[in-house]
Design a protein around this ligand. Structure first.
Ligand code: GLV
Ligand code: MN
Ligand code: MN
Length: 412
């Protein structure tokens, strides 16, 4: 099999997809079910159809583009990722796993390879938690990790529910029908940028993911007492933002002192009410994102956060409520797919390293219903979720080549 990628086409498609954005270039913002997201999806459908793939969408907008195998009833070999992008993001997160997979399929088609198992490119809906507060909405539903009822009721910051928004975006049918039957997949492989600095720092071509870390996220509501910035004296204050500041530092401190470099905690959102220079903050809403490769350590940090909430609430006489959004378990990648990826790297003489994914991915949830593995491409300085995120065309081509080879091995 002689695999010839069209690098220029892949590069120009990545550039093209980045133009579907609600932020000024080089930043990309593409929030799920916005008109921009829908236009990007329509463009992608056309690219898939042009490659001869048959496209179907489920009720949440997960999109499957299928290359039929010689045994159409055989379990599917899946690949893919997401194209939604957080505010002020870059152009590679998720996109490389979608457009790279499309190029891998086209290269296989052109080489004359014919799969026995169907190969499907899967575009997941809302890997990013931006709109509905919870990441991996599509893959949670596909894997049955989130019930249709709970998913339908999630709301965005305007109070619109998933149910309303997806219907308005043109995705009909029952959310309950999104869940895939067990045995649907033979294997699922996701190509992604590393979103960390290890591969680049070690001058290694590719990362073969063996484990995906366990994420948890919360909303925290703090309520104190507002008032005039001049009139209320310091001993009488119950300032919600000062309580939030203390809590943020307590969480940071607990993460720094967990004893393991793999523990991370981020407070990425802080909304202050009423938000006036001369008014004491009476209410604050925080988001907290906690991750670890070790479930026990992750949960110990959550416990420390809860203890800090009680301590600060008492000390500062404010109310602090935590709302759990998700606390997911880590996933192990399937040894047989890790081996197939490894063999493909060896075949092309490419250096590789077994790595842990500290970011979460749809593969974390697909691992509940399918054997999965992931392949990482280096990205400059490990930057991701920022406009200067960058992966070189050469690195993307290497990842795409290994993906193609692996899809061939798994689907033969
Ligand atoms: C995915 O985007 C993550 O936050 O890990
Ligand atoms: Mn992301
Ligand atoms: Mn991603």
């Amino acid at each position: 099999m002689n695999l010839a990628l069209d690098r220029a086409r892949l590069h120009s498609e990545i550039e093209m997809l980045a133009t579907f954005s609600d932020a000024e270039a080089p930043a990309v913002t593409r929030i799920v079910f916005t008109p921009t997201d829908l236009k990007a999806r329509a463009w992608l459908h056309e690219r898939c159809k042009a490659a001869g793939l048959s496209v179907r969408q489920d009720a949440i907008g997960n999109t499957f583009a299928r290359w039929s195998g010689s045994d159409p009833g055989a379990p599917v070999v899946g690949t893919g990722s997401h194209i939604d992008a957080i505010p002020n993001a870059g152009k590679y997160d998720g996109v490389v796993g979608v457009l790279g997979a499309l190029e891998a399929i086209r290269a296989l088609q052109q080489s004359g390879f014919r799969p026995q198992h169907p190969i499907e490119l899967l575009l997941f809906t809302s890997e990013e938690p931006t709109r509905f507060g919870i990441g991996c909405l599509g893959s949670r539903l596909l894997s049955g990790t989130l019930s249709a009822e709970a998913a339908g009721k999630l709301t965005d910051s305007d109070g619109a529910s998933v149910e309303q928004v997806r219907l308005a975006a043109g995705f009909s049918g029952e959310l309950a029908a999104v869940k895939l039957t067990s045995g649907y997949y033979k294997a699922f492989v996701e190509l992604h940028i590393e979103q960390g600095p290890i591969l680049e720092g070690a001058h290694i071509a590719l990362g073969v993911v063996t484990h995906i870390a366990a994420p948890a996220s919360f909303r925290i509501f703090i309520e104190g007492s507002g008032g005039h910035a001049g009139g209320v004296l310091m001993p009488d204050r119950r300032d919600a933002l000062c309580a939030a500041a203390e809590l943020i530092l307590a969480i940071e401190n607990a993460a720094r002192n967990s004893g393991a470099i793999d523990t991370v905690a981020t407070i990425g959102l802080c909304e202050v009410f009423p938000g006036a220079v001369n008014s004491i903050p009476s209410r604050v809403r925080l988001s907290v994102d906690i991750r670890d490769t070790d479930l026990k350590r992750r949960d110990a940090l959550i416990h420390m956060m809860e203890v800090a909430c009680r301590r600060i609430s008492e000390k500062r006489q404010v109310s602090i409520q935590t709302q759990l959004l998700n606390a997911d378990s880590p996933a192990d990648c399937a040894p047989e797919i890790v081996e197939a990826l490894t063999q493909s790297c060896v075949k092309y003489g490419l250096s590789f390293l077994p790595v842990v994914s500290r970011a979460y991915h749809d593969s974390l949830f697909m691992a509940r219903i399918a054997p999965v593995a992931m392949l990482f491409i280096p990205c400059r300085n490990g930057y991701s979720h920022r406009p200067d995120e960058f992966a070189s065309p050469e690195d993307i081509a290497r990842g795409t080549l290994v993906l193609a080879e692996t899809l061939a091995a798994l689907s033969a």
